[in-house]
Design a protein. Sequence first.
Length: 116
Amino acid sequence: MEARRRLTVTDDTLSTIAEKLGYPKLQDWQVNLTKKILSGKDVVFTAGTGCGKTTLLFAPLLAFRLEDPMAVGLSVTPTKALGRDQVHYSSFFFCRLTDNISGTLCPVEGNTCYRH
C-alpha cells in the first residue's frame, strides 16, 4: 500500500485560500484540522449546520492543488443531496481560488450507470 502523501502548509497559504474564498480568515479549528489532515493524520470532528465543515473538507485538496494541479481528491458522502451540494460548492472553490486550477467534478451515485 502506498503511503499517504503529506504536505506542510503555511499560515500564509491558508490565509490566501481564505481570502480568495471571500473569508477574512479560516476559523482556528479549520486551520488546526487542515494542518493535521495535511500531515497525514485522520481527524474526526463534529460541527453544527453552517459552521464551515465543507470549507474544511476542501481546504486540504485546494492546498494540494496549489502545489500540484494534477492532484485528485475524493469525497464520499452518505446522501445524494449532500454529494450534490459538495460538487456545487467545490466548483465555487475552484473557480475562486486560482485561474490555473481546472478539473472535473463528477458526482457518482450508487444507482448511476456510466459507460465509457
